[in-house]
Design a protein around this ligand. Sequence first.
Ligand SMILES: Cc1cc2nc3c(=O)[nH]c(=O)nc-3n(C[C@H](O)[C@H](O)[C@H](O)COP(=O)(O)OP(=O)(O)OC[C@H]3O[C@@H](n4cnc5c(N)ncnc54)[C@H](O)[C@@H]3O)c2cc1C
Ligand SMILES: *[C@@H]1O[C@H](CO)[C@@H](O)[C@H](O)[C@H]1NC(C)=O
Ligand SMILES: *[C@@H]1O[C@H](CO)[C@@H](O)[C@H](O)[C@H]1NC(C)=O
Length: 424
Amino acid sequence: MPRAAVPRNIIIVGAGIGGLAAALALQTDGHNVTMLDSCFEFAEAGAGIRVPPNSARLLLRWGVDMAKMKKSVSNAYHFVRWADGSTIVRIPFENIVENHGAPYYLIHRADLHSGLLEAVKRAGVNIVTGAQVVDYDFETPSAKTSTGRVYTADLIVASDGIKSIARPLLTGQPDVPRDTGDVAYRILIPGAELLKDADLAPLITSPATTSWCGPDAHLVGYPIRDGELYNIVVCATSRNETTDEVWVVKGSNDELCQRFASWEPRVQKLCKLTRDFMKWRLCDLPVLTRWVHASGKVCLLGDSCHPMLPYLAQGAAQAVEDAAVLRQVLASTQSLSSALKQYESIRMPRASLVQAKTREHQYILHIDDGEEQKVRDVLMKRNEEQNPVFWGWDKRKNWLFSHDAEVLGHEGANWRTSGREARL
Ligand SMILES: Cc1cc2nc3c(=O)[nH]c(=O)nc-3n(C[C@H](O)[C@H](O)[C@H](O)COP(=O)(O)OP(=O)(O)OC[C@H]3O[C@@H](n4cnc5c(N)ncnc54)[C@H](O)[C@@H]3O)c2cc1C
Ligand SMILES: *[C@@H]1O[C@H](CO)[C@@H](O)[C@H](O)[C@H]1NC(C)=O
Ligand SMILES: *[C@@H]1O[C@H](CO)[C@@H](O)[C@H](O)[C@H]1NC(C)=O
């Protein structure tokens, strides 16, 4: 049922989760979308992704076939101590649909990407692969590829990721991603290996998200593909492991086992079961001056404008929210430039707040043992404002998870007043 106020010809640059979500949302609303991606073949990282309710409700509504995807569901969020595995707090995640209106999925990235791609193709989006955009004309607007081909449209959405070439051209500033000082090791272990070990089996048979919190590192583990795989993201303070130029490098089992040799037995066992894995340098950006070009015809979306640390599992979810708001402002507003202005003013405060909170979590989750850690652990058990985990207090959890980005003007409370955002 087309609802677009004015059907537009739209070019989306970048077919990651953000770009695909935008293509699906806009094409199904009556726009004519063409996607350009530099890839010849899509290959998402071999890793898991958490799809929280604020994103799941939109993907389900737009017709992504989540039922077909093999996935796991988290029935609890379990924070444990690094040295002995004892519980800091176990937050039940059982009534997610009742409480937040949509499920919380644990999925393989490749499955999510191909599910989205399928929906996008079904909707009739024209996808051009092997199209690397090298320049923009923001006034026309048009995008030029490395082969010299020029694509013209009414609106261009640049969802070209953290290393966006559109961003500096659009903002007129370098806006170079900065090293957060952390690296992520992304590890997948066959579930069958865990099932063979009595200590590890419950990680598969009782699916939950487990966060081991220790000095200078935390590990997040959860099953995906209905327990076929156990996904681990090791988030660690970088010890000069990567240079400024290198974003992704191979990690070795030896160095992993060495680094976590003093952690609780389950962590050591998981390290031993690890084969090849990749290490990602984690970068982000301060809040940008703008997401929309002055011409009112080109905007940024997803990691291109709000790259963040993965510590709230919200990066892709916020990109999906971007897509929802873009869809709604284009449906309700005749003027393209005022629609984009609304998009920016609605999305920027919420996305940049989540971004800032991931930086706070970087600090909170890596506190060394001692007095400060003891205080943190006590506060983490309390469902109140002082809980250092952003969604550890129901009011903020609802703000994050129950949000329906397609209902405009309901962004609600601003949690910026408390906390540590000066660090950003
Ligand atoms: C370790 C880790 C764990 C994470 N866990 C979660 C999680 O659990 N939940 C969650 O919601 N988020 C998570 N995130 C964040 C999430 O992965 C990102 O926010 C999300 O993938 C960004 O999607 P995107 O579409 O904006 O960008 P990208 O996925 O980077 O896509 C960009 C696309 O643009 C294309 N492209 C780039 N330049 C050009 C060009 N010049 N011309 C044409 N095409 C181009 C690329 O080929 C690519 O396909 C995690 C991130 C990390 C690092
Ligand atoms: C849709 O966009 C493509 C690419 O810009 C264009 O060739 C085509 O004519 C458009 N279709 C309509 C109906 O406008
Ligand atoms: C690691 O980097 C820090 C600064 O980031 C520097 O002070 C230190 O000397 C480096 N260590 C090694 C071994 O290179």
